[in-house]
Design a protein around this ligand. Structure first.
Ligand code: HEC
Length: 116
């Protein structure tokens, strides 16, 4: 590899990044594990299609008061539906997906959604 100024800059940027990453891992190791924040994840990830925490229809259906079974919801979240909804099985653990289902089940009109 030729050591042009651009290469040097890139190498420096990479090592700074690596340093920052190892620092943040070191800091994390000291913290107690944080409980999974379903509400926040729902807002940021699912909220794009399921409006108002799933209390209203958006690009995806309303989830509040769904007549689907827990198992149906679990499978939809885990496996998605081609060209309609992404599969989240590689993003969230089964345990986390169960928490999403619990969160959805507890949704009520006019009440601020809560983490289960
Ligand atoms: C790109 C848009 C999109 C995103 C992002 C998305 N969904 Fe969906 N979701 C849909 C669509 C569209 C459907 C309807 C699919 C069908 O016909 O079964 C659906 C269906 C569902 C269902 C089944 C509801 C029912 O009554 O059929 C559940 C539960 C669900 N989504 C939960 C989630 C959760 C939890 C997340 C975030 C982890 C999420 N979705 C993210 C679009 C999305």
């Amino acid at each position: 590899m030729r050591r042009t100024p651009a290469t040097l800059l890139r190498v420096t940027a990479l090592s700074v990044l690596a340093g920052a990453l190892s620092l943040s891992f070191a800091a994390r190791a000291d913290d107690a594990p944080k409980p999974f924040d379903v509400k926040n994840n729902f807002r940021n990830i699912c909220g794009f299609c399921h409006a108002d925490y799933g209390r209203k229809a958006g690009k995806g259906p309303q989830l509040m008061n769904s007549e689907r079974t827990d198992e149906y919801m679990f499978n939809r979240i885990k496996n998605g539906l081609p060209s309609r909804m992404a599969a989240f099985g590689s993003v969230y653990s089964d345990e986390q997906i169960h928490l999403f289902v619990k969160f959805i089940r507890a949704l009520k009109e006019g009440e601020e959604p809560q983490n289960p």
